[in-house]
Design a protein around this ligand. Structure first.
Ligand code: AMP
Ligand code: MG
Length: 401
């Protein structure tokens, strides 16, 4: 077991035990917010044929050299309709947006610039070739437009449809169990006895698990008892991964650490991070387990910097196009923020865009038990060990989505 590792080393160790990446077929209807397991190439040209970008008339540009020209209307080109008749000199064809260009036409006059007089159209405005959408100007048949590991959200789903895919190969959503531990924890909404507090970590962690394209199962919290923990972990060993919170520090009651050390396998314990120093990673009967800290801010922060990269790497998510819950950015500090000796320091900051740069401020106290600090802020500093962040300095940060 390694201990007091850097964040990079922790990610590396965890990634040596990835989750299984299972591929399954699904319909486009069942693909929403899922992740592509294979690259997707277009089955068609997009557009499939030259068509009009405007409602109006398809004409020959050379016929429309002055305002007031009269052209004979020879037919209509409708979307989904029959092939329109070809046009000759001094002729025009009515055309709808998206309908195919008739043979012989090389420009469009928009309907607002025309006047119909029985079987003729009088042209008052310009005839533009730019109003024609050319075959394959967006995508050619065979072109790969969606890489493997893409999250199918709104536009990418529509593009899969545009390219003709009714069925897709997707990454099966792994099932991740989220277990909180601690004798003091009770469900929100119930009455508190002396010494009890409301359990909250499992709600945040489950939501982050889902935002990363996985299925979360929130388990009622376990007491600080070796027997209960053993039983609960055993009952969860068929999941693809287990996230616990609490019980991984140095105290006598930190039983997640103890049971993992005595009866499971621990690959590392403790990371040089503030907040979020005590996490462990290992396996319980072969199932990957992240033992996250109990302090509410710490558990979320460690998910962002450790668990999310592990999920992405395990499942082969695309770096830009896959599910992600934060973006790495450069921000200019407007307030001083203290770093930490020997540790990567993740202070909470509020990031906003101002005059073309990202500025960062702090608003609440930074205690690792203060969940309000995660709501009042939307980012985390990435201050290297032994480095304070001075107002005016530009630093790396994570912008949380
Ligand atoms: P622990 O790591 O178990 O020592 O917990 C550290 C602190 O976080 C203690 O104050 C706990 O009461 C609190 N805590 C642990 N788990 C949770 C949880 N699931 N929800 C809210 N607070 C928690
Ligand atoms: Mg505890």
């Amino acid at each position: 077991m390694e201990t007091r590792v850097t964040l990079e080393r922790a990610i590396q160790i965890a990634c040596a035990t990835p989750m299984a990446r299972v591929v399954e077929r699904a319909t486009l209807d069942d693909a929403r917010h899922r992740v592509l397991a294979t690259p997707l190439a277009s089955l068609v040209d997009d557009p499939r044929f030259d068509n009009s970008a405007m409602d109006g008339f398809a004409v020959r540009a050379s016929d429309c050299d002055r305002s007031g020209v009269r052209l004979k209307i020879v037919g209509t080109s409708q979307t989904g309709g029959e092939t329109p008749p070809p046009i000759a000199r001094a002729e025009a064809c009515r055309i709808m947006t998206g309908a195919p260009m008739p043979e012989g036409a090389d420009a469009i006059v928009m309907v607002e610039d025309t006047e119909v007089d029985d079987e003729h159209v009088i042209i008052h405005g310009p005839a533009r070739t730019a109003y024609i959408r050319r075959r394959a100007e967006n995508l050619s048949k065979g072109q790969e437009a969606l890489p493997e590991g893409t999250l199918l959200s709104s536009a990418s789903l529509a593009l899969a449809g545009t390219m003709g895919h009714g069925q897709l190969e997707l990454i099966r959503r792994p099932r991740i169990a989220v277990l909180s531990t601690g004798d003091e924890l009770v469900e929100p909404g119930t009455e508190l006895q002396p010494g009890q507090i409301y359990e909250s970590n499992s709600h945040a962690l489950s939501s982050l698990v889902e935002a990363m394209g996985c299925e979360a199962t929130r388990i009622d919290s376990s007491n600080d008892s070796m027997d209960e923990l053993r039983q609960t972990l055993d009952s969860l060993s068929s999941y693809d991964a287990i996230l616990t919170s609490g019980g991984v520090s140095m105290g006598d009651w930190d039983l997640v650490r103890r049971i993992m050390e005595e009866e499971g396998e621990v690959a590392f314990w403790r990371i040089n991070l503030r907040p979020g120093g005590p996490p462990l990673f290992g396996t319980w009967k072969g199932t990957p387990v992240f033992g996250l800290p109990g302090n509410p801010v710490s558990s979320l922060v460690v998910f962002h910097v450790l668990v999310a990269p592990w999920i992405s790497k395990s499942l082969g998510y695309h770096e830009d196009m896959g599910p992600r819950i934060s973006d790495r950015v450069s921000v200019r500090l407007e307030d001083d923020v203290a770093g930490a000796p020997g540790k990567l320091c993740l202070r909470r900051i509020r990031i906003r865009s101002h005059n073309g740069e990202l500025l960062a401020t702090t608003h609440t106290h930074q205690g690792s038990g203060n969940m309000h600090s995660m709501v009042a802020h939307n980012g985390l500093t990435l201050l290297p060990p032994d480095t304070d962040g001075k107002a005016g300095k530009t630093i790396d940060a994570l912008w949380l989505r």
